[in-house]
Design a binder for this molecule. Structure first.
Ligand code: DAK
Length: 257
């Protein structure tokens, strides 16, 4: 791996992926995205990892897809490269992914953060979809996810002007979970990840899948989907352990079974 750093067990059952092209503000070139996809898929299979944290560095989570790599491409080139396949595979990750964002999260960087399940941001975080300024538009979910998160008016403004959204505004509008000083944003993401990693992992995955269904289907279908996953938790040992531990007034010992 050239553009990705992987650190396992930064907390119990929590793994950290760091985007590592600092000179280019972690611009997402094809190699970085392939390495990211491969690493996430490996962690999704890894029994010792329950939660994944993805971060960049203090200056940039990622300043977008690599403009220098895209500049000369035709529509047919883009179609043949089929980057969407890579992004779709990341989107299908079963385990929760927390984005720890500091500095720029722009274009594909903002889309990557929104593809994650939660965002912890530093006070310096800046979100935006500035693709319009370079003659194109968001292509990896920006118009859809930003609109769902911020509502039509603000999303439209950001997508059409390329303006940035401050961390404060991102928090007040529900795009991010929390903002903290830059010195502790990664720590804060680890804390959240560790709390989730201590929960029964099968129920966590089923619950994540169910929340995500809310963005895919209508309410009746979503409720049916939720109900089936709810039933499914009753065939896990962890459900028995969790309820018995409550009754016996002790801490549960979840084993992912
Ligand atoms: N691509 C390539 N290089 C980049 C880059 C980017 N997106 N962003 C920054 N860099 C490079 C700069 O070229 C510079 O490199 P050198 O000149 O030193 O070699 C270095 O990083 C430092 O950047 P600056 O000197 O510009 O730093 P500043 O602090 O002055 O400015 C900035 C920071 C973030 C405001 C500025 O760098 C900037 O505006 N960057 C571009 C932001 C942008 O337009 N992002 C959107 C890119 S388009 C797709 C999936 C996703 C996408 C497309 C398709 N498929 C699935 C098909 C996404 C598209 C995009 O994201």
């Amino acid at each position: 791996m050239e553009h990705i750093l992987l650190e396992k067990q930064v907390r119990p059952h929590v793994s950290l992926i760091r985007l590592n092209r600092p000179q280019q503000l972690n611009a997402l070139n094809l190699q970085l995205m392939s390495e990211l996809r491969d690493t996430i898929q490996e962690l999704d299979q890894d029994q010792d990892t329950h939660v994944i944290v993805v971060t960049g560095d203090e200056k940039a989570f990622a300043a977008g897809a690599d403009i220098k790599q895209m500049e000369g491409k035709s529509s047919v080139d883009m179609l043949k490269i089929d980057q969407f396949n890579t992004w779709d595979q990341i989107r299908k990750t079963k385990k929760p992914i927390i984005a720890a964002v500091s500095g720029f999260a722009l274009g594909g960087g903002c889309e990557l953060a929104m593809t994650c399940d939660m965002i912890i941001a530093s006070e310096s975080a800046k979100f935006g979809q500035p693709e319009i300024k370079i003659g194109t538009m968001p292509g990896a979910g920006g118009t859809q996810r930003l609109t769902r998160a911020l509502g039509k008016a603000k999303a439209m403004e950001l997508v059409l002007t390329g303006d940035f959204l401050s961390a404060e505004e991102a928090l007040s509008r529900g795009l991010v979970n929390k903002i903290v000083p830059v010195e502790i944003y990664l720590e804060e993401a680890f804390e959240l990840a560790a709390r989730i990693a201590a929960m029964p992992p099968i129920s966590v995955q089923l619950a994540k899948e169910s929340v995500n269904q809310a963005f895919e289907v209508g309410l009746s279908q979503g409720l049916v989907f939720e109900r089936k996953n709810f039933y499914l938790t009753f065939s896990t040992e962890d459900q028995k352990e969790g309820m018995n531990a409550f009754i016996e007034k002790r801490k549960p010992n979840f084993r992912g079974k």
